[in-house]
Design a protein around this ligand. Structure first.
Ligand SMILES: Nc1ncnc2c1ncn2[C@@H]1O[C@H](COP(=O)(O)OP(=O)(O)OP(=O)(O)O)[C@@H](O)[C@H]1O
Ligand SMILES: [Mg+2]
Length: 269
């Protein structure tokens, strides 16, 4: 089982979109996928049509990721089985994460421990963690828990600068004395691209960053750069609450996502 985190420090960088669409592609391949939503806005849960109020959760006995992480619910109580994949839903109270996770030294490992526990069940091939834009302990937990990272970025230079900063941050955490982060950066996803010249420039820029790290011997493996075109089908998927990679498997943008899923599965060998 692998834990994957599609990440960057920038908000609105297609973290959730890419997570759901890649998870959809892997589930279509027959892989067992669990998505853990640790965002206060529960964007991933909503994308997949799960919009439960606290009262509804209480009535159905469903726990959120925050409740499981704080020991107020079990894994079994939190997993919601959808048609194609399972999810653990987000929680608005992540906004006040510092009230729930006070002992950073200990608490930063909570999500890793949760993933390790879920791995023991043997039920899943992949866990995806979708964090929000805040640079807080929850994001740190996600970075510590992941085996593999995909850095996501929109095409503008501001977005790319932020993505490059995120790459540097992960590399830094990989090299701390206690090797806080052990996951590898496997890819960069340039997202919602449009315009050939602009896309090529952006791809070149990201390639330059990866080459710089490789030259500095900060990466001992290849980092693949993907691009996902801007697509109306993605907006529709969010509206209809079904991943496009499940509803329209052979559409152009889905094929791009299936390429990423293929690449992820190659890593299984
Ligand atoms: N390929 C695409 N084509 C068109 N729109 C896209 C594409 N990818 C992402 N978007 C749009 O970009 C916006 C931001 O995407 P998303 O919510 O996935 O970002 P995020 O990084 O998860 O944001 P947050 O930091 O708020 O969690 C959304 O409105 C989404 O519909
Ligand atoms: Mg999101």
């Amino acid at each position: 089982m692998k834990v994957i985190c599609i990440t960057t420090t920038k908000g609105g960088a297609a973290k959730t979109t890419n997570t759901v669409e890649i998870a959809g592609a892997l589930s279509t391949y027959g892989k067992k996928v669990l998505c853990i939503d640790v965002d206060q806005t529960s964007g991933l849960s909503k994308y997949l049509g799960v919009r439960l109020t606290p009262e509804e959760r209480e009535n159905y006995g469903i726990k959120t990721s925050l409740e499981v992480l704080t020991g107020n619910g079990s894994i079994e109580e939190s997993i919601i089985e959808l048609d194609n994949m399972d999810i653990i839903c987000g929680d608005a109270r992540f906004e006040k994460a510092s009230q729930f996770f006070q002992d950073e030294d200990e608490d930063k490992y909570l999500l890793k421990d949760l993933c390790d526990e879920i791995a023991k069940s043997g039920k899943y091939d992949y866990i995806f963690i979708d964090h929000g834009p805040q640079n807080d302990i929850v994001k740190k937990m996600a970075l510590i828990a992941a085996d593999e990272f995909y850095i996501t970025s929109m095409i503008s230079d501001v977005d790319r600068d932020e993505a490059k900063r995120s790459i540097d941050n992960i590399v830094k955490l990989q090299h701390t004395r206690d090797k806080l982060v052990s996951g590898q950066i496997k890819g960069v996803i340039l997202s919602s691209t449009s315009g050939k010249a602009l896309k090529e420039m952006a791809l070149e820029d990201i390639e330059g960053k990866i080459n710089q790290l490789e030259d500095g011997e900060n990466l001992e493996y290849n980092v693949h750069i993907f691009d996902i075109p801007q697509s109306m089908a993605i907006k529709e998927a969010q509206t209809y609450q079904v991943p496009n990679t499940i509803k329209h498997k052979s559409s152009s943008v889905s094929r791009n996502y299936y390429e990423i899923a293929d690449y992820i599965m190659e890593g299984e060998a």
